[in-house]
Design a protein around this ligand. Structure first.
Ligand code: PLP
Ligand code: COI
Length: 354
């Protein structure tokens, strides 16, 4: 545990832990007993504290509510066989958090505050890290603007809050996805690469429309032509086409996913040919028709590796191979899970023991 900062801790008991049933726990609804909080005021981060999880009194005029200055991250903590608790690649989430902050005209946060918030909160709430297979403690840092002022400008004050929530699988079955050709998630010159609240807000209406048509998720395409596959609503997407692992290259309009990066590293390590490039809707649909598209899956922290079972495009539905035949993604998913859970050697140094 990093121990250089003064974090005020008001109390450390876990009154809700004993009564919480982890099995089949809904994603992100039950929080641990504590949260970390810090304030950005007068140009610096201060009031670092861990306090019981609960409401924060705030003015209804705070600018995050009105103008959307809010960013977040998502990462997971795992209990290893020897009892240690490990957070997977938190340094990558830290880097992306500050990339998002910068784009939304927010202050960045020093690495020691971000990392120590995680280790301090987990150490107080360690009983909340699940032991069951496929379960973990999801960590949600969020930063939002707190100036109570209606002028449109970057806020001078912010709050950083870290929440933790025990979680199981986000998706429990292969997804039926729709390739979206009307609405867009992100556009050139926009904020698609930042993990900012507005990106999710703008996706909700198209997502609800797709759900009405029976889809579980959307695959976004580029805003200019709708001919290039970008990513999914809460995950990056990957395909096995002609035996190669292909995925959209990260860009201004695509979130640079930590799971994406991890799966690519594991695939290259296995000698699989990986192509990070423009992926056309046409080649995916063609592959689905002629059988050369053997696998399609979503990769993300919450999603982990989730199979895509069916793809809808322009009114047609393309059924993909049975998930049980998908050797590339299932072997990569197993390796990822084994490393995260301490069942395989952490040869890339991804596990951070807190
Ligand atoms: N793309 C979007 C829009 C997401 O919300 C997420 C989830 O965090 C991802 C991709 C995957 O990123 P990561 O693997 O870092 O969780
Ligand atoms: C994550 O995978 O951490 C995400 O942020 C996805 C989400 C919006 C639930």
């Amino acid at each position: 545990m990093i121990d250089t900062l003064q974090i005020k801790v008001t109390e450390t008991s876990n009154p809700r832990l004993a009564e919480t049933e982890f099995k089949d726990i809904p994603f992100g609804k039950i929080f641990t007993d504590h949260m970390f909080m810090a304030d950005f005021e007068d140009g610096e981060w201060k009031n670092l504290q861990i306090l019981p999880y609960g409401p924060i009194p705030m003015s209804p005029a705070i600018s995050a509510l009105h103008y959307g200055q809010a960013i977040f991250e998502g990462m997971k903590a795992y209990r290893l066989p020897n009892g240690d608790i490990s957070v997977f690649r938190a340094n990558k989430n830290f880097e992306r958090f500050n990339i998002s902050a910068d784009r939304i005209a927010m202050p960045t946060i020093p690495e020691e505050i971000f990392m120590q918030a995680i280790s301090a909160l987990i150490n107080i709430d360690k009983g909340w890290v699940p032991t069951q297979e496929n379960y973990s403690l999801y960590l949600r840092p969020v930063m939002f603007a707190t100036d109570s002022s209606l002028g449109v400008r970057a806020s001078d004050t912010y709050k950083f809050v870290l929440l933790a929530t025990p979680t199981g699988p986000y998706y429990t079955k292969a997804l039926k996805v729709k390739i979206e050709t009307k609405y867009t998630r992100a556009n050139e010159g926009g904020v698609g690469y930042a993990k900012t609240a507005g990106n999710y807000a703008r996706s909700l209406y198209p997502f609800a429309e797709a759900q009405k048509e029976g889809f579980d998720q959307l695959i976004w395409t580029d805003s200019a032509t709708h001919t290039l596959v970008e990513e999914s609503g809460a995950a990056n997407v990957m395909f096995v086409l002609d035996g190669k692992l292909i995925t959209a290259a990260v860009s201004e309009t695509i979130l640079n996913g930590v799971t994406r990066d991890t799966i690519i590293a594991l695939a290259k390590d296995k000698g699989i040919t990986v192509e990070e490039r423009k992926v056309t809707v046409a080649e995916i649909i063609e592959g689905a028709k002629n059988g050369k598209l053997t696998e399609a899956f979503a990769v993300g922290t919450a999603a982990t590796v989730t199979q895509i079972g069916e793809i809808g495009y322009e009114g047609e539905l393309y059924k993909l191979s049975d998930a049980s035949t998908r050797t590339v993604s299932t072997s990569l998913a197993k390796e990822l899970n084994d490393i995260r859970n301490g069942l395989a050697e952490d040869r890339f140094g991804w596990n951070w023991i807190v």
